[in-house]
Write a protein that binds this ligand. Structure first.
Ligand SMILES: [Zn+2]
Ligand SMILES: [Zn+2]
Length: 273
């Protein structure tokens, strides 16, 4: 608890992610020490990349064991949710569904790090691209996110403006106004299927200065009737667990929200902002 508020960090990585730095144990200890009450472990499984042999496989069984050990160790103090950040499941839906069924995740965060047959947005050289070329690819990205939301299991959509994290770092300036209709379509689909919009707080500490999506696009979510939000730090290092979660809560409050949500019993339960 911080200032009498429940803190839930619903997007975290440990060493079971190819880019995770800390052990699960260190992440849980950091959460407990920094006043986080609920943590979701959401390691990467970019299923197309794994099947193509680009990424190492993900050891779900060992990850799950760590979750169970953490639950015992921090019982009564820290709630640990067994989740996954599943990338591009729509590129191989049958395999993705089999994977989910096999491991019984409590929380499935969908993300799109790359479009079909194209490398992850983090590998592009935006220094060589004009703003308008970046906008063109962002448009394509939003179209494919919409398509990804046809995948049968989705509890929440991660970091909606993901490519912009890297475009901004390279100095590109994007005006999201031109994407309002496309984003509204994504929101409508999320809302219709009862899935949540993630407010990814990593943008605050990674050069964006704003969360993903940003204030304007969260306001659009509210205009579309969106109520279900989840907040995550997207920490890849124990020291970032819980980082800027309260700042995201503050933004949600400013936009008129009274609650954010945490996964519970195959649905969501509210926590007061
Ligand atoms: Zn991600
Ligand atoms: Zn992540």
């Amino acid at each position: 608890m911080k200032n009498g508020k429940i803190i839930a960090d619903l997007h975290t990585h440990n060493r079971y992610s190819f880019d995770g730095v800390s052990t699960a144990d260190a992440c849980f200890a950091a959460a407990a020490e920094s006043g986080v009450d609920i943590i979701a472990v959401t390691n990467h499984y970019d299923i197309d990349g794994v099947l193509d042999g680009i990424y190492d496989d993900y050891d779900a069984e060992s990850d799950h064991l760590e979750v169970m050990r953490g639950r015992e160790k921090h019982s009564g103090k820290l709630r640990i949710i067994w989740g996954i950040e599943l990338g591009q499941p729509h590129h191989c839906p049958r395999e993705a569904l089999e994977f989910l069924e096999r491991f019984g995740f409590e929380y499935v965060l969908l993300s799109m790090h790359n479009m079909r047959d194209v490398p992850d947005f983090c590998f592009w050289d935006y220094g060589k691209m004009s703003d308008s070329m970046c906008e063109y690819w962002l448009g394509k990205y939003f179209e494919q996110v919409l398509e990804m939301l046809d995948f049968p299991r989705c509890d929440a959509l991660a970091h909606l403006t993901y490519p912009y994290r890297y475009m901004k770092q390279a100095g590109r300036v994007i005006n999201f106004k031109r994407f309002r209709d496309k984003v509204a379509e994504i929101y409508k689909k999320l809302i219709a299927r009862g899935a949540a919009l993630e407010i990814n707080a990593s943008g605050y500490r990674q050069g964006l200065g704003v969360p993903m999506p940003d204030e304007e696009l969260i306001a659009l979510y509210r205009e579309c009737g969106g109520e279900l939000t989840v907040v995550g730090s997207d920490a890849h290092d124990a020291r970032d667990i819980g980082a800027c979660v309260e700042r995201a809560y503050e933004l949600l409050r400013k936009l008129g929200y009274r609650f954010t949500y945490v996964p519970a019993n195959c649905g969501f339960e509210p926590i007061k902002l």
